[in-house]
Design a binder for this molecule. Structure first.
Ligand SMILES: Cc1cc2nc3c(=O)[nH]c(=O)nc-3n(C[C@H](O)[C@H](O)[C@H](O)COP(=O)(O)O)c2cc1C
Length: 203
């Protein structure tokens, strides 16, 4: 009963911060399948009290990692001062990272891959993580090919790096057989799964 809601004072509630979610969207199609699936998760989380920030990478002006090594030498962040700099800071501050992408040539879209390469700046020189612990991640992947056995290597590859950064667990929301924007709306069970995952994370 010590933690009972009835025993809390107003300032206890004031000190409770909302769960922060940062979502990076890798599709150039704003109404596309990956964005729609990600938004189902994000809208549910927002309704449950999360503070949600969404970053549509295709609308941003940034480059991939330049391999300059500055983040391993004299500074602890990426040296590039472009549109991605505040996104990298927001992801660092967030409790949950959402990465959504169409499958392009068996991998993430180029937009999301460029973002991911820039997270190299989250590594210390000894490749320990600069990120605070206790974070979770959600990877959203959609593909036209209806065969689940195709391109199922993408998730474990990126899960591995995210786990290294300290994200645990790393969840997957995956749609196969979706090609045109809106196709995902035919997969009601998957949209429900996105909402359920948000409920689980917000518990
Ligand atoms: C450049 C390009 C490459 C693609 N490569 C693949 C692929 O390797 N495998 C696949 O199943 N679908 C592939 N697709 C189809 C997209 O993954 C599919 O249309 C997806 O639903 C798009 O997601 P979005 O609506 O979020 O943009 C490709 C599409 C494009 C434009």
């Amino acid at each position: 009963m010590e933690n009972s809601i009835w025993k809390k004072k107003w300032y206890d509630f004031a000190q409770e911060e909302a769960l922060k979610i940062a979502a990076v969207l890798g599709s150039p199609r704003s109404q596309g399948n990956s964005s729609t699936l990600a938004h189902k998760f994000l809208e549910t989380a927002r309704e449950l009290g999360a503070e949600v920030r969404v970053y549509p990478l295709n609308l941003m002006n940034f480059q991939g990692c330049q391999g300059c090594g500055a983040c391993k030498a004299n500074i602890e962040t990426c040296i590039q001062e472009d549109d991605l700099a505040p996104v990298l800071e927001a992801v660092k501050a967030a409790d949950v990272l959402v990465m959504a992408s169409p499958v392009y040539f068996g991998d993430l879209s180029g937009q999301l891959k460029c973002f991911f390469d820039r997270t190299y700046s989250y590594f210390n020189p000894d490749f320990s993580s600069r990120l605070p612990g206790g974070k979770k991640a959600v990877i959203v992947l959609v593909q036209a090919n209806p065969d689940e056995g195709q391109f199922n290597d993408i998730f474990p590859r990126y899960q591995r790096w995210l786990t290294w950064f300290g994200y645990t667990p790393v969840y997957l929301l995956r749609a196969v057989g979706v090609k045109d924007p809106g196709d995902i709306r035919q997969q009601a069970a998957l949209l429900d799964q996105a909402a359920s995952l948000a409920q689980e994370i917000m518990k």
